[in-house]
Design a protein around this ligand. Structure first.
Ligand code: HDE
Length: 701
């Protein structure tokens, strides 16, 4: 037994005694390996080379650590300060670099170069986010998705900070803190995280009729997207395009090349457990594999006179402009082709502000937008801690920029010269205004009473909610009703549930009845008084997802479940057919090392069965030998693999072994269950979902 030295011995610790115990200096038991290439020396932040980064400076091997150890203190202190406040909303996000390319000039309407020069590419950084959850929350709650684009234009940065839904909950920015306090976790209990299904949210909503249109969108499948690559984006507010003193109103839209697609609710719930990073991983993997996500930029252009004829106010952010009323013109495309090098430096530190605008684009009087113009700069100051956040590489314009702002925390620039003011006469190269090239606000004439007012034209809260609901396919209407039942079933306070159902009566009486029935209400609660009776607008199929879904396997993922003995030819034919149709194919096996197929060769798995449920895929194939199937009927993860794929309305290819597993799951085949020996038929089936199956697997509202 080694005798331990007294830790506080007053005697100097002799080198000889160290040696006797085998204590070593400058290294320990770590197994450093050469990663190839030359490793640069590890240094402190002051550039001093560090000799030992594993052992703190001590008095004797078991003695106290010395305060003098500046290497230890610097490392720990920096670590202690690694976190910055997360965003108060939209805390969880994923982002990527890319470019925007104009395909149609808007020269007639705007002087903004980014919208006038066809073929010119502008670098962009785009961050997608959920709204309510914290930075560490999951990717798939029912929530609005942020869609924030920073264009690094030659005329300065333009931030189009949008969402995947074209309207918003409230009409005036002064209500935003209340909305967010209501949806975030409740202050006394600290839950629920990333969920609107609780009393405070629905209490606020039930007392805020203007939210009803947005509620229809929030309860639709828009808030449970399959992939961030398959969402639309909207600037939401009306903006202006300005050219030679003339203003045209504009709404901005992003349209995904892969089409819109959503999950089904049960899938979204299970994804939260199976892969909390589902959307981030999907975006990362698609970019890393060269399948770059792409969107078209569309604009709706209209004049003041057009706007006067709309049966709603274009300055009200709870209203959209149906495409059937003002068609969309596609003017460009955006491609995301580079994942950030560092999550914190880029995705976390990027600071979007709707007030970042370029000459030729201007704001409207939308009171929600006007409030946002203040909020974002303000929040960046507390989140990033310095008014110099624009100097961070991800935020800095890529065009030259100079002014007389000085100093402040973390100033990175070293301005030269005596002059930090204007007017000045002392320095030839000091920056000056340029009335010709500089931003000029559109000189709109404004007049009115100074008061806390709301326009009478903002008073219709139900017509567009009705428009949205009635424009949906029957399947989508069912999803809205079921989502309302789910959310309100989590609301403990009966009068809040009643109040929400009361509002639904103004939207669609049948919807109100479905939801009331789903909540086992004995009778329909009364509808609240409405200041303006809702009108019936012509339905707008452009508001659907299912009706607009692209039948394609591009950008989708197909999972093939195999086991030892699976037929190699069938697996290979399915793989080829799916890959040829543009899908990514992943092999799932009970063991991650793979399975030995019928040809005696080992097929390496991309995922182990227990950790790779069918929830990860858009369609699945199950190819098993008789013996393999027999084994897997006793494995819950395998039974769930087919049961969930079926329940989530996916195409399923089965060979005889796969069919045995399917039968063991107690399922009855339908047209979406396809013979594995018919890969072409499977590819066709896998291009969509089988919504007609839904009523056979789920009791829906
Ligand atoms: Fe935001 N919003 N918001 N918002 N918002 C923020 O800014 C705010 C609104 C949106 O990926 C915050 O940097 C107010 C509408 C996105 O970094 C904050 C109001 C739309 C992002 C803020 C709104 C959005 C934010 C929090 C009501 C769609 C994430 C962190 C007037 C058009 C950007 C931050 C990113 C983030 C305020 C309403 C989109 C606090 C006051 C409407 C995509 O400034």
């Amino acid at each position: 037994m080694v005798k331990k030295a007294a830790p506080t011995s007053s005697k100097p610790i002799a080198a000889a005694s160290k040696k006797a115990r085998g204590d070593v200096r400058g290294q320990g038991d770590e197994l450093h390996q050469q990663a190839g290439g030359g490793h640069p020396p590890l240094t402190t932040n002051q550039g001093g080379v560090i000799s030992d980064d594993q052992n703190a400076l001590k008095v004797g091997p078991r003695g106290p650590v010395l305060l003098e150890d500046f290497v230890l203190r610097e490392k720990i202190t920096h670590f202690d300060h690694e976190r910055i406040p997360e965003r108060v909303v939209h805390a969880r996000g994923s982002a990527a670099h890319g470019f925007f390319e104009l395909t149609k000039s808007l020269k007639k309407y705007t002087s903004a170069r980014i919208l006038t020069e066809v073929g010119e590419r502008t670098p962009v950084f785009v961050r997608f986010s959920t709204v309510a959850g914290g930075a560490g929350s999951v990717d798939t709650p029912r929530d609005v998705r942020g869609f924030a684009v920073k264009f690094y234009t030659g005329e300065g940065n333009w931030d189009l900070v949008g969402n995947n839904i074209p309207v918003f909950f409230i009409q005036d920015a002064i209500k935003f803190p209340d909305l967010i306090h209501a949806v975030k976790m409740e202050p006394d209990r600290g839950f629920p995280q990333a969920a609107s299904a609780h009393d405070t949210f629905w209490d606020f909503i039930s007392l805020t009729p203007e939210a009803m249109h947005m509620i229809m969108w929030a309860m639709s499948d828009r808030t449970i997207p399959r992939s961030l690559r398959m969402i639309e984006g909207f600037g939401v507010h009306t903006f202006r395009l300005v050219n030679e003193g003339k203003s045209t109103f504009v709404k901005f839209h992003w349209r995904p090349k892969l089409g819109l697609q959503s999950t089904v609710w049960d899938e979204a719930v299970k994804l939260a457990g199976a892969d909390p990073d589902f959307h981030r991983r999907d975006l990362f993997e698609s970019i890393q594999s060269g399948n770059y996500p792409e969107w078209e930029l569309g604009v709706q252009l209209f004049t003041e006179e057009d706007a006067e004829r709309f049966p709603f106010d274009h300055l009200d952010a709870t209203k959209l402009i149906p495409e059937e009323l003002v068609p969309l013109t596609i003017v460009g495309r955006m491609v995301l082709d580079r994942w950030p090098d560092n999550f914190f430096a880029e995705t976390e530190q990027v600071a979007f502000c709707p007030s970042h605008i370029v000459p030729g684009i201007d704001f409207s009087n939308d009171p929600l937008l006007q409030g946002r113009l203040f909020s974002y700069l303000d929040t960046q100051l507390s989140r990033l801690g310095s008014p110099n956040f624009h100097q961070l590489p991800i935020n800095a314009p890529k065009c030259p920029f100079a002014n007389h702002q000085r100093d402040g925390h973390m100033q990175r620039e070293v301005p030269k010269g005596r002059v930090a003011y204007e007017p000045s006469s002392l320095q030839a190269d000091s920056p000056r205004e340029d009335p010709r090239r500089g931003f000029g606000s559109f000189p709109a004439t404004e007049q009115g009473v100074r008061d806390r007012l709301r326009s009478e034209t903002f008073a219709d809260h139900y017509s567009q909610a009705r428009l949205f609901y009635r424009s949906q396919t029957p399947h989508e209407q069912t999803h809205v009703a079921s989502a309302l039942v789910f959310e309100l079933s989590k609301v403990e306070t009966a009068h809040v549930r009643d109040a929400v159902v009361g509002h639904l009566r103004h939207i669609d009486e049948a919807l109100a009845r479905r939801v009331a029935d789903g909540l086992a209400m004995d009778s329909l609660p009364p509808a609240p008084a409405a200041r303006v009776a809702p009108i019936d607008m012509p339905v707008s199929p452009a508001l659907q997802i299912i009706g607009k879904m692209k039948r394609t396997l591009e950008g989708r993922v197909v999972g093939i479940l195999v086991n030892d003995g699976s037929d190699a030819k069938t697996v290979s034919a399915l793989k080829t057919a799916c890959a040829d149709a543009g899908a990514t194919v992943k092999i799932v096996a009970p063991k991650v090392g793979g399975a030995k197929l019928s040809d005696g060769k080992k097929l390496v798995a991309d995922g182990q069965l227990a950790g790779t449920p069918s929830i990860n895929f858009d369609a699945v194939a199950v190819v098993l030998s008789a013996q393999g199937a027999q084994q897997l009927t006793r494995e819950a993860a395998a039974v769930d693999f087919v049961r969930d794929a079926f329940g989530h309305l996916k195409a399923i290819a089965l060979d005889d072994g796969g069919r045995a597993l399917f039968d063991a799951a107690g399922l009855a085949p339908d047209e979406g269950v396809i013979a594995a020996r018919q890969p072409k038929a499977f590819v066709e089936g896998a291009k969509g979902r089988y919504f007609d199956r839904e009523s056979t697997v789920r009791m829906l509202a």
